[in-house]
Design a protein around this ligand. Structure first.
Ligand code: GRG
Length: 304
């Protein structure tokens, strides 16, 4: 059965929600509030929220019920970027074409703005009265696992420890899976949980998220070597300066581009699997097209 409507994402409404949520949760200290607002509002793609909201819409969920988890995810992503840019980590001066938070304010304010976004994210999820206590707890628990000491933070630690060492491809993939993949997979998990997506589709969507997470990082590595100025507003060529292990450093540009293509294909296969088993009474199949379109973000013209 075909449908006549184009699936859309209410990103403008979500953007207003993000702004209002910061006003509710931001602290009385104007400096801290300004630093949080500056960091969240400076032009991120909102890729993780888009994934989460698309998944909730696929499951015929109420999209506004998914806003707190999507905003919490964006806040945690933002905190990770603020801390990643600090002098003790990557020491970057620019992000999204603007001064990084510690350059715009100072290091102490940047650390605290990151801490505040991280902690407020959990409060926001747990405060959401429109969903059950059980769902709030599951959302918060999974977010802690994805972002925490066995998730993104572990990936960051392993990444730092791997600098100037030669890692195997398996070790590099494990770092990327934790550092970048966990939050992306969380977006799919949270959308499925909120909208009660059937278990088989949930498994495939999480697997799509895993492949997309790896593709996201390979794409990022490739941009760093292929572009003069990274379109994320960061200085290109930083990975080499920092002695980082990357897909291009291990496989060469063409090998990395091939691996990227393999991950994209695997993600597309998961979407096809869902499409074949989908029951239109339970899910909005059209939103699989949006998940398909979101893969465009990770495609790159490697010129090889
Ligand atoms: C400091 C605990 C801690 C963790 C940092 C995610 C991360 C871990 C560091 C970022 C390093 C990096 C550049 C990873 C590549 C993929 C990635 C997460 C890129 C940035 O995400 P986008 O492209 O950024 O979604 P925007 O600006 O659109 O929000």
């Amino acid at each position: 059965m075909s449908n006549n409507y184009e699936p859309t994402l209410p990103m403008d409404v979500f953007e207003r929600y993000l702004t209002e949520a910061l006003q509710i949760y931001a602290p009385a200290s104007p400096t801290l509030r300004n630093a949080m607002e500056y960091s969240v509002s400076t032009g991120g793609k909102r890729f993780r929220p888009m994934l989460l909201l698309t998944t909730a819409l696929f499951g015929k969920g109420n999209v506004e019920d998914a806003f707190p988890a999507a905003a919490a995810l964006e806040w945690i992503h933002t905190y990770s970027l603020i801390h990643d840019d600090l002098p003790a980590m990557d020491d970057d001066d620019f992000r999204r074409g603007k001064p990084t938070t510690h350059k715009q304010f100072n290091e102490a304010v940047a650390i605290l703005a990151g801490d505040a976004l991280l902690t407020a994210a959990f409060t926001m999820i747990l405060n959401q009265e429109s969903i059950s206590y059980e769902k709030r707890v599951l959302l918060a628990k999974a977010l802690g696992e994805a972002a925490g000491p066995n998730g993104m933070v572990a990936g960051q630690m392993n990444d730092i420890e791997g600098e100037e060492k030669e890692l195997s491809l398996e070790q590099l993939a494990a770092i990327h899976q934790k550092k970048t993949g966990e939050l992306i997979e969380y977006a799919l998990y949270a959308g499925c949980l909120l909208a009660d997506v059937p278990v088989n589709a949930t498994t495939s969507l999480r697997s799509y998220g895993k492949h997309l997470g790896l593709a996201y990082q390979i794409h990022n590595d490739l941009k760093d070597v292929l572009l003069d100025t990274d379109d994320s507003g960061k200085e290109a060529g930083r990975d080499q300066v920092l002695g980082k292990n990357t897909y291009p450093s291990l496989l060469g540009v063409s090998g990395a581009a091939e691996r990227l293509e393999t991950e994209i294909q695997a993600a597309e296969n998961e979407l096809e699997k869902i499409r074949l088993g989908a029951d239109a009474a339970v899910v909005n199949v059209e939103y699989l097209d949006v998940l398909h379109q979101l893969l465009e973000y990770v495609k790159i013209d490697s010129g090889v």
